[in-house]
Design a binder for this molecule. Structure first.
Ligand code: ZN
Length: 367
């Protein structure tokens, strides 16, 4: 592809959603700097199953040629005149969830859904994402996270979405010392939910999944047993292991619409909590089992949540990597180099070869 000098000044290459079901490369306008914002270039990026959902999963209408991607560490290229804490040249972690700290809902503590359900998820959804030569973060000081000394770029990359999302699932599961916790789905998010449940005091973690690389990693992250759907009804398997009463907490990190009913079925009546961070695509309703919901009166708590994001959250998560409490870099099984490899990495996340947990793409790493 040949481009004139002038066109190169205004336009850049990006990996975009062309139309539902089709992702590809496009020339799109470069981002424009704003006073509180920063323009960055990705240095290490990861496609995520949410990108796969955005492309192939239907859902809400997106802008034409929407730039995909929300997981990266990036180099600051330019900062706006009002930015205090960041300077060009710095490499920072970019949270996948970027709340609009100026939305009124923030003052009510509604950090993730301040102006609408899901409004904290902007990159690659309601604003251009990070799979491009450059991208804009509109409010740099409240969004970008300083990578602590001793934290690798790969660790930082896993913290921006995978760790914070898995931990969000664990945080809302009402876990107490000694609890039995089930984690449904052991992709990258579920694996970090296993680690999070252990850190919060679970005595026993039963993880559910079958892909060998993920099963092995679930044990490394602290699972006591990994249950497989192929070995029979998963609710029965959990009931058999919990004296028939079910788990104290169930964290839903993957699966289709039926997984939600399974979670309600297998959580304890009276004090059990189902915590969901799974993305249920499409439209319509999720089934709610009346009987195990005690006709809807069984004292089971359901919490559904988007990951926590923003600067302080991600800096706190990275501190846990710095001091050795978490090892999220273990999740990276595939390493590619070059912006053009984003496409291949996205298809890895979609097609899930047996040895894959998470793919990372190095871009502009040495400059
Ligand atoms: Zn993601």
């Amino acid at each position: 592809m040949e481009h004139t000098q002038m066109e190169n000044g205004r336009m850049m290459t990006a990996f975009v959603l062309k139309e539902p079901g089709i992702a590809g490369w496009a020339r799109v306008p470069r981002p424009q700097l704003v006073p509180y914002g920063a323009i960055l270039e990705p240095v290490l990026a990861a496609p995520c199953s949410s990108d796969v959902h955005t492309v192939f999963g239907g859902g809400s209408r997106k802008a034409p040629n929407l730039v995909l991607g929300h997981e990266c560490v990036a180099r600051v290229l330019q900062v706006g005149e009002e930015v205090r804490d960041f300077v060009p040249g710095e490499i920072v972690a970019v949270p996948a969830i970027t709340p609009d700290w100026r939305a009124p809902g923030i003052q009510e503590g509604n950090f993730k859904h301040a102006s609408a359900p899901f409004s904290g998820h902007q990159l690659g959804r309601s604003q251009p994402g990070v799979f491009a030569e450059e991208f804009l973060i509109p409010d740099a000081d409240t969004t970008l996270a300083k990578i602590p000394d001793g934290v690798s770029l790969e660790q930082a990359l896993m913290c921006v979405d995978v760790v914070t999302t898995g931990f969000t699932g664990a945080e809302h599961a009402d876990i107490h010392f000694g609890d039995t916790v089930v984690v449904l789905g052991i992709g990258p998010i579920g694996l970090m939910a296993v680690a999070g449940a252990c850190l919060l005091g679970a005595a026993r973690v039963l993880a559910v999944g079958s892909r060998p690389a993920c099963v092995e990693m679930a044990y490394r992250m602290g699972a006591d047993e990994v249950l497989n759907y192929r070995d029979g009804d998963i609710v029965r398997q959990v009931m058999d292991r919990t004296g028939g009463v079910g788990a104290d907490s169930v964290i839903v990190c993957g699966g289709g619409d039926d997984v939600f009913a399974q979670a309600i079925d297998m959580v304890r009546y009276g004090i059990g909590t189902v915590s969901n961070v799974n993305y249920f695509g499409g439209t319509g309703n999720l089934p709610f089992p009346k009987f195990s919901g005690g006709r809807g009166m069984a004292g089971k708590t359901i919490h559904t949540e988007l990951a926590a994001g923003g600067r302080v959250r991600i800096e706190r998560i990275m501190a846990m990597a710095k001091y050795g409490k978490i090892h999220p870099e273990l999740l990276i099984t595939h390493r590619l180099t070059g912006l053009d490899k984003i496409e291949e990495a996205l298809y890895l996340m979609k097609d899930k070869p047996a040895d894959l947990i998470k793919a990372a793409v190095a871009i502009n790493l040495d400059r």
